[in-house]
Design a protein around this ligand. Sequence first.
Ligand SMILES: NC(=O)c1ccc[n+]([C@@H]2O[C@H](COP(=O)([O-])OP(=O)(O)OC[C@H]3O[C@@H](n4cnc5c(N)ncnc54)[C@H](OP(=O)(O)O)[C@@H]3O)[C@@H](O)[C@H]2O)c1
Length: 270
Amino acid sequence: MIGFIGSGQMARALAAGFIHQGGLLGEEICFTNPGDENAATFSAAVPGAKRLPDAAAVVQQAAHVWLAVKPQILPRVLPIVRGSFRQEQVVVSVVAGVTLAALLEGTQHAKIIRVSPSTPSLVGQGISILAAAPDVQAAERAHVVSLLKTVGSAWEVEERLIDPASGLTSCGPAFVMTIIEALADGAVRAGVPRAMANALVLELLTGSTELARQSPLHPAQLREQVASPAGSTMAGLAALEQGGLRAALSNAVVASAHRAAELGRLSPQT
Ligand SMILES: NC(=O)c1ccc[n+]([C@@H]2O[C@H](COP(=O)([O-])OP(=O)(O)OC[C@H]3O[C@@H](n4cnc5c(N)ncnc54)[C@H](OP(=O)(O)O)[C@@H]3O)[C@@H](O)[C@H]2O)c1
């Protein structure tokens, strides 16, 4: 049984992925969540999942306990579960910014894995960045990695890389959605009907990403291939430079990485 403490967006993306892509049954998942709205949305996405009254019940019933609350909420959850984990239980935290050291101290449990997941897990294309505490056995790590791989890719890293990488991978879907929206708006401004613009922008991103993936050329070289002298692409690229797109995107990743670390620090463990 896999138990979620907190059944908001991230828990839902992971649990729905585990059953749809990972072959887990809804009945193998339990969760607790104070609000009925998020609980109902979770139950609809993960049919068969069992709602439990509180975090203590999840710890009692689940072999793997996934902490999926906001960093600010964690100090309310930890006193309920501290010291009550069984020795063989694995605790997986997706709580942004909260370090393994803080989780070990806060739970009084040794087998902790810290993961920074992402919402494209819902469609099997999430990215999970993870690091495990020293007492987690290789087989236990491998089990969590294999679960995460059912919803996308899983990157085991040194813990110091989690916040920087998650500034790109966990927050990145929001950046990309903004880019999708802005490009479609541009097409509409240029005269393309809305529905067509929305569809074209998705095909554009998929095709360009696949080209970048398959080509041996650097993205800058691929960009040059499209941009002929005094042509329309050069005019568009000049507008992007004027708007500060590169700096804005690069700053967004750095700001998100810093904020994740800050939120973790703001979350005292008692
Ligand atoms: N969303 C992402 O893309 C993403 C990516 C990487 C990491 N994360 C991390 O994942 C964690 C969850 O994020 P989220 O986006 O899923 O947030 P969310 O949608 O707000 O979900 C958090 C859930 O925790 C529940 N909760 C509040 N107090 C609780 C308590 N005492 N016991 C149990 N559950 C409680 C909330 O219940 P209510 O329904 O009552 O509000 C809510 O459903 C965060 O730490 C976030 O940093 C998120």
